[in-house]
Design a binder for this molecule. Structure first.
Ligand SMILES: [Zn+2]
Ligand SMILES: [Zn+2]
Length: 493
């Protein structure tokens, strides 16, 4: 099978090679410097035009960022988000009718504490980021991930979006903007960035403890990306932004799509990979780089000297098979080498996906996952993967005695809050039971989607989760208990 495929691909390639011209396909004058796909050769200027056009077209066709709207650019220092920053920067240097019309700001979440960077290393990275952001000339916010531990409940409690504007509203807003002129331009003098807040060693320790409590790299990476998203939403809300721009390119989204499927996030694929993601209600995530490939971005960054800042992540030094995310990434990249349409094939699929949401506007907060904020997919039919997991858990529990975290007398949703880890708060004797859990640690599992349940199951202790998540779980638990108590007196819906 494989041999056949290879043969079919080899022939046309060999034939094509001698007839290739060295000129740019666009202007047909200048010598090409970039080859994107076989046959697509561009000179420096035409490539830049093509690159810019794609960025503006993605924004333009989706029509969801309104003139004057405050938009937060999430920049990690990586090639993709650095390129996005450059595109926005250039969008403000354009002539009046082509100029971008929103109000940009930048956020950088410093994850050094979670990946074990020293204080000195983090300070250096932050200083480099500051230089890049100052040069960009937009207001910026640099925040350590540790802050997630101290934020109020606001992120996990859903905030309703103001009702979506009608389709005609965008055109009206643009016309209005053109008639009434300019929003006050951001001038360099006003752009005082917030100095990075001081991180306490105890906060870094707490963050490390949370990361260390997760036993697999797969779950750790999943938790990390959840926390990062929550930080972005929190920053957007507290600084008054209504959109967050992410630098995800189509290569990354293709990997994300396959990863999401492998992690049991099938129900959330459209949100995880689409152009816009409105799961947080009042703050919408957009992905304007989703039509650019990692290769195009790398070429563009090199040709136009876009500065990137390297920051290590959880799997920087890990082997390819160390986590599902990392394995999927190397799988897609390796396949792409021999089959250049791999990424676009996977990625085109993601455009066809839609979320089948049942009356999401009137949904109770209790219906959203505490971690990823997607709707709960756990009330599925008997034949779902979720039910199968529950059954196999129950069977192995029957064979081996009560599950960790489960009170032997009670069969119900488990918390996964087994406390065998050293130095945890719970008492270790004879396998911990619900009774040994500190009374204030709530049951988080009923409020998680299928995939997030798998992540939390890999944690040795749930009481290291950020306080805002635990207190929201507590609130929901109390509510559902109350509802149960008075259920006999309630009229049916
Ligand atoms: Zn050209
Ligand atoms: Zn979830």
């Amino acid at each position: 099978m494989m041999c056949q495929v290879v043969e079919e691909y080899e022939e046309p390639l060999e034939q094509e090679a001698p007839s290739v011209s060295k000129q740019c396909v666009k202007c047909k004058e200048v010598l090409a410097v970039v080859v994107i796909r076989a046959g697509d050769k561009y000179c420096r200027d035409c490539f830049d035009q093509y690159f810019r056009h794609k960025f503006r077209a993605t924004l333009g066709k989706n029509r969801i960022i309104f003139p004057g709207e405050r938009v937060l650019l999430a920049v990690s220092g990586g090639p993709s988000s650095s390129s996005m920053l450059r595109q926005v920067q250039e969008g403000f240097g354009q002539s009046a009718h082509k100029k971008l019309r929103f109000m940009p700001g930048i956020v950088y979440v410093d994850e050094g504490g979670a990946v074990g960077q020293s204080v000195e290393e983090r300070r250096l990275t932050v200083a480099k980021m500051e230089d890049v952001f100052k040069a960009a000339g937009f207001p910026f916010h640099i925040l350590p991930l540790e802050q997630i531990l101290d934020i109020p409940t606001s992120v996990v409690a859903l905030r309703a979006a103001s009702s979506p504007p009608p389709a005609s509203a965008y055109k009206a807003a643009v016309d209005d903007f053109i008639r009434n002129g300019v929003i006050s331009d951001v001038t360099p003098q006003e752009k005082a960035g917030t100095p990075p807040p001081y991180v306490l060693a105890s906060q870094t320790h707490a963050l490390r403890q949370m990361m260390d409590s997760v036993k697999t790299l797969t779950a750790r990476e999943d938790l990390m990306s959840t926390l990062r998203q929550q930080m972005l939403v929190h920053t957007a809300r507290s600084e008054g932004y209504t959109k967050v721009m992410l630098g995800h390119n189509c290569t990354r989204l293709a990997v994300q799509l396959l990863t999401s499927i492998s992690l049991g996030r099938g129900a959330h694929l459209a949100r995880d990979t689409g152009f816009s993601d409105s799961r947080y209600g009042d703050v919408t995530f957009v992905r304007p780089m989703r039509d650019h490939s990692a290769k195009e971005i790398a070429y563009h960054n090199r040709l136009f000297h876009v500065q990137c800042v390297f920051t290590p992540n959880l799997h920087t030094k890990a082997k390819a098979k160390s986590s599902i995310q990392h394995l999927t990434e190397s799988f897609v990249n390796n396949l792409q080498v021999d089959f250049p349409s791999t990424v676009s094939t996977i990625y085109r699929t993601s455009e066809k996906l839609q979320t089948a949401c049942k009356n999401s506007s009137s949904e109770d907060h209790g219906d959203k996952c505490l971690l990823c904020m997607c709707s709960l997919d756990t009330s599925g039919e008997m034949a779902s993967a979720f039910q199968a997991t529950l059954i196999s858990e129950r069977l192995s529990a029957d064979a081996n005695g009560p599950l960790p975290g489960e009170n032997p007398g009670r069969r119900g949703p488990q918390t996964g809050s087994c406390c065998r880890g050293p130095g945890q708060r719970c008492v270790e004797d004879g396998g911990c039971s619900t009774a040994l859990r500190p009374p204030d640690t709530p049951d988080v599992r009923p409020w998680l989607c299928y995939s997030c349940q798998l992540t939390v199951k890999d944690m040795s202790c749930v009481d290291v989760l950020p306080g805002c998540i635990l207190s929201e779980a507590r609130r929901r638990q109390t509510r559902s208990r109350m509802r149960e108590e008075i259920s006999d007196f309630l009229l049916d819906d």
